[in-house]
Design a protein around this ligand. Sequence first.
Ligand code: IMP
Length: 186
Amino acid sequence: MDAQALGNEITRVVHTADELAERINQIAKEIDIDYADLDQPLLLVGVLKGAVMVMADLARAVSIPVHMDWMAVSSYGSGTKSSGVVRIIKDLDIDLIGRHVLIVEDILDTGLTLSWLIKNLKSRGPKSIEVMTMLRKPEAVKVEVPTKYLGFDIPNEFVVGFGLDYAEQYRNLDSVAVLSPHVYQG
Ligand code: IMP
């Protein structure tokens, strides 16, 4: 779905599909170099459901072997504010002991979810653990999260698309766009 199909449900496009694809390709090249000498596939851990698009594109853009696994955590419900309460809804299938792990996230907002996740995954004995996030809202950050790979910094507005939803809608928008306040203010 492209932004035109949404009419006034969005106010503006922040990053187009082409910009997102180009940035992911650049990051993939960095990952190829940084992890060139691994003696095992890099383990990409995607955070459901928002990271599905980033994960699918990033995994196909890298040239090194990867494994993929998924975690689902809840922190948002259907509102637009982070609760800070993180609960595992689906855990990983793969054992992290001795693995090189790259967490793949859609967006770093307050940072509460990711900092909790890093701590949780670190306790499982991986050899290394790093973060790739497609988007970050620097003005919203409450907890600093070491981010090795960053797509784009964006303003502190509620965005949808490229995996990001509002009440499960808009994930299939091919760009990242600001949701019109009238949509969530009723
Ligand atoms: P954090 O814990 O505040 O960093 O929030 C992380 C999660 O909140 C993300 O993985 C998203 O699922 C969700 N989130 C944060 N900001 C937005 C947004 O602008 N649009 C859609 N979802 C968001």
